[in-house]
Design a protein around this ligand. Structure first.
Ligand code: PEP
Length: 251
């Protein structure tokens, strides 16, 4: 049975004290959630150690938003997998569209990062998704299929146990435009099929596939009701503990 997960990507928001307060509120409210729904928060690097202390003993897990593409050494400004693990991170988001768009994150670089993350004991939330031009040109299935193949086909069915996929149509991120439940479901089903072709039906069936893009309390229920949607990667709405938990309660 694959896990239902709701993950909050805080992006470059909140100061450390604000982040600690937000994490405390999420932990407090997480007691309302059913056992089968997992929560992950992904604060900025600077917050990780402090937020890790807040999350200790709770059901909320900790993720980074990115990691370096080298193990260690002369890479000024970068943060390695072992550094993240040493402060208590269990996950890292990789391949978010903002990193692909603004920081030149390519599928090739993502292969290296996923390798390092898994080797260092972190789980990976790998983001994929098409932009508006690609959707309007009817290329969304091809774009997402290629992203999955380019990155994940370098790994094994065993590796997939530590990998979550997040489908995030770029045109829906931070725009208030959500993919309809049908639009999201057809891509999720396609992703699961592409995974099954390489790793087998069981591994594909066990993979958690999240939807991300203007997901909020008012639309989460319909999205999460779809067969292949196993939760959400939440941006803006993850900055309010009430909204974040409300989304998680949509199961
Ligand atoms: C995201 O950036 O991962 C995201 C889903 O953002 P938002 O929910 O704000 O659209």
């Amino acid at each position: 049975m694959r896990k239902k997960i709701v993950a909050g990507n805080w992006k470059m928001n909140t100061t450390v004290p604000e982040g600690v307060e937000l994490a405390k509120a999420v932990v407090e409210k997480s007691a309302q959630l059913p056992e089968n729904v997992g929560l992950i928060v992904a604060p900025p690097f600077t917050h990780l150690a402090s937020v890790a202390s807040v999350l200790k003993g709770s059901k909320v897990q900790l993720s980074a938003q990115n990691c370096a593409d080298h193990e260690k050494g002369a890479y000024t400004g970068e943060v390695s997998v072992s550094m993240l693990a040493s402060v208590g991170c269990q996950w890292t988001i990789l391949g978010h569209s903002e990193r692909r768009q603004y920081y030149g994150e390519t599928d090739e670089k993502l292969v290296e990062k996923v390798k390092l993350a898994l080797a260092g004991g972190l789980g990976v939330i790998l983001c994929v998704g098409e932009n508006l031009d690609q959707r309007e040109a009817g290329k969304h299935f091809d774009v997402v299929t290629d992203q999955i193949k380019n990155v994940l086909y370098n790994f094994t069915a065993d590796d997939m146990k530590k990998i979550i996929v997040a489908y995030e149509p770029v045109w829906a991120i931070g725009t208030g435009k959500t993919a309809t439940a049908e639009q999201a479901e057809e891509i999720h089903a396609c992703i699961r099929k592409v995974l099954a072709d390489k790793f087998g039906a069981q591994a594909a069936d066990d993979t958690t596939i999240l939807y991300g893009g203007s997901c909020k309390p008012s639309n989460a229920k319909e999205l999460f009701a779809q067969k292949d949607i196993d939760g959400g990667l939440i941006g803006g709405a993850a900055l309010k503990a009430d909204d974040f938990i409300q989304i998680a309660l949509s199961y």
